[in-house]
Ligand binder design. Structure first.
Ligand code: HEC
Length: 118
């Protein structure tokens, strides 16, 4: 017997499906999660796991002692010249405010903690 399994999953935008499991973020980090997903995940991946367009944020290189919160503000406001990887430059992200980036950083730090990076 052939089962025609039609997935009734909601089509929320063109976001690529995350591979692997990403735990649900605590309520106070949901804004940061949404903003990360909307503005950063096309390159850094849902859950910060990276894509073919950009590096994972859940990586030792981006732990707080190596890339402090100011590096995130700088990346968003000015862009990043490729230096750690071979993905090319990161453009500045005009759609986010410094407050948005604050929330995004909190979310990314949480992801990093979950992964045992620091
Ligand atoms: C168009 C793709 C793209 C998007 C969108 C993007 N990034 Fe990046 N980002 C990159 C690439 C590529 C690098 C790696 C550059 C290198 O070091 O080689 C990077 C590097 C970074 C770094 C490291 C900066 C440093 O000092 O080395 C931070 C922090 C960062 N991104 C944060 C963000 C945040 C926050 C967002 C969303 C507001 C975002 N990125 C959106 C592509 C992107």
């Amino acid at each position: 017997m052939v089962l025609g399994v039609t997935q009734a999953c909601s089509q929320n935008g063109a976001e690529p499906k995350a591979t692997g499991t990403v735990a649900a973020a605590p309520a106070e980090l949901r804004d940061g999660e949404q903003k990360f997903n909307a503005n950063c995940s096309t390159c850094h991946g849902i859950g910060g796991i990276g894509t073919t367009q950009g590096p994972p944020m859940v990586h030792k290189v981006y732990e707080p002692n190596h890339h402090g919160d100011a590096a995130f503000q700088r990346a968003a406001s000015s862009g990043v010249r490729a230096h750690h990887w071979k993905f090319g430059d990161m453009p500045k992200i005009d759609a986010v405010t410094p407050e948005d980036v604050d929330q995004i950083v909190k979310y990314v730090r949480w992801l990093q903690k979950q992964a045992g990076i620091f």
